[in-house]
Design a protein around this ligand. Structure first.
Ligand code: NAP
Ligand code: MG
Length: 398
């Protein structure tokens, strides 16, 4: 069989622990036999990040700006225990944080829906993709405990020294206050990433805030989204037959629970933090959740939403058999290959991505799956496969 040709490389970011083991199996069994795989390889494994003083992470993000599409394996974010385990020079920052800061993107998380792994919400038929704004609000807030009676104010001092103030509260006893901010530029790129991704995936976009209560803060989010939609996206959405829908956050939550799914839900930072865990756990498993970072300039970085599955890796090191789910990592590759194909006009590559996804889903729906899914499936008597056997079962169908 002749292998599928690629014209432009993908940026490949290798990672750590169990997902690094799966990474190689996926390439060897599911990709290299069929594709003349062209990648620019960056080793983001913790040892190599440490050896390069984390320069490799920065280089991989810059390469993503050059080639536009990257695929990333899960990586360790160092903590005190990892400092010792890997004898690190420094507690290097989270690679995802570093990459996101360079690409200035929004992360979209979507569940992979298969028959036999049923969402807890019985009317959810299609995936719900969560887009979480990743800057500001309470995550960059400053807070004070108010010890007793006194006046608390918000004060803005302009560069020329003029001051504007707003009363927060006249305290007559102890309490607490919090100041938080956001930037128009950050909200604008969040909005553009969401509208672009909705067009890309041909799904409606929902956005919600609490603008009736927060008439300046949240209302600014609402206004910026509407202005950008009207000026840049209205015609394109109509042409694609999709809709931009704004409502209040509590109304959005009620509608989400009653919906069939099949749309993107853009959330402010805190709402996204809370709602993404609700939506992902209700869809079944973290191992079935994909994640893509989309920059406002149109750069894409695909990955799995889960981590390096450390506990399974230690079993693997002891020579014990593991049953680690590789679906989200496979879908990171198919997402990247499909996008590469789309940008390069490479139809064969796009069709390969579709076939690999179908082979993966068909394998599970035929009752062959890893242990995490076997524990929650509605399919009777599923066959529990090891990490390697599962990938081989997909290869057979492919
Ligand atoms: P994790 O790797 O997501 O795993 C937590 C638990 O979830 C596992 O022990 C396993 O449960 C289950 N699980 C997750 N993915 C699975 C899969 N593919 N197949 C089967 N089970 C799966 O989170 P963690 O153990 O808290 O973090 C490990 C490392 O990952 C940390 O160093 C962290 O910094 C890093 N991390 C990286 C990313 C990223 O690169 N995007 C994201 C999150 C965490 P059982 O043990 O019960 O089987
Ligand atoms: Mg959270």
């Amino acid at each position: 069989m002749e292998k599928i040709k690629m014209t432009t490389p993908l940026v490949e970011m290798d990672g750590d622990e169990m997902t690094r083991i799966l990474w190689k199996m996926i390439k060897d069994e599911l990709l290299i036999p069929y594709i003349d795989l062209k990648t620019e390889y960056y080793d983001l494994g913790l040892e190599h990040r440490n050896a390069t003083d984390d320069q490799v992470t920065v280089d991989s993000a810059l390469a993503t700006k050059k080639y536009k599409v990257a695929v990333k394996c899960a990586t360790i974010t160092p903590n005190a225990a990892r400092m010792e385990e890997y004898d690190l020079k420094e507690m290097w920052k989270s690679p995802n944080g570093t990459i996101r800061a360079i690409l200035d993107g929004t992360v979209f998380r979507a569940p992979i829906v298969v028959k036999g792994i049923e969402p807890c919400v019985k009317n959810w038929k299609k995936p719900i993709t969560i887009a979480r704004h990743a800057y500001g609000d309470v995550y960059k807030g400053s807070e004070m405990k108010i010890p007793g009676a006194g006046k608390a104010e918000l004060v803005y001092t302009a560069e020329d020294g003029t001051q504007t103030s707003e009363l927060v509260h006249n305290f007559d006893g102890p309490g607490i206050i919090q100041g938080m901010h956001n930037l128009n530029s950050s909200i604008e790129s969040f909005a553009r990433s969401c509208f672009s991704y909705a067009l890309d995936t041909k799904q409606d976009l929902w956005f919600a805030t609490k603008d009736t209560i927060s008439k300046k803060y949240d209302h600014t989010f609402k206004d910026i989204f509407q202005e950008i939609y009207d000026a840049e996206f209205d015609a394109k959405f109509k042409e694609a037959g999709i809709e931009y829908f704004y409502t209040l956050i509590d109304d959005a939550v009620a509608r989400v629970m009653k919906s069939e799914g099949g749309y993107i839900w853009a959330c402010k930072n805190y709402d996204g933090d809370v709602m993404s865990d609700m939506v992902s756990s209700a869809f079944g498993s973290l191992a079935m959740m994909t994640s893509v970072l989309v920059s406002p300039e149109g750069y894409y970085e695909y990955e799995a939403a889960h981590g390096t599955v450390q506990r399974h890796y230690y079993k693997h090191l002891k020579g014990e058999e593991t049953s680690t789910n590789s679906v989200a990592t496979i879908f990171a590759w198919t997402g990247a290959l499909r996008k590469r194909g789309e940008l390069d006009g490479n139809k064969e590559l796009m069709e390969f991505a579709d076939r690999l996804e179908k082979a993966t889903i068909d394998t599970i729906e035929a009752g062959e799956m890893t242990k995490d899914l076997a524990l929650i499936t509605t399919i009777e008597n599923p066959t529990v496969l090891s990490s390697g056997e599962f990938i081989k079962a997909i290869a057979k169908r492919l």
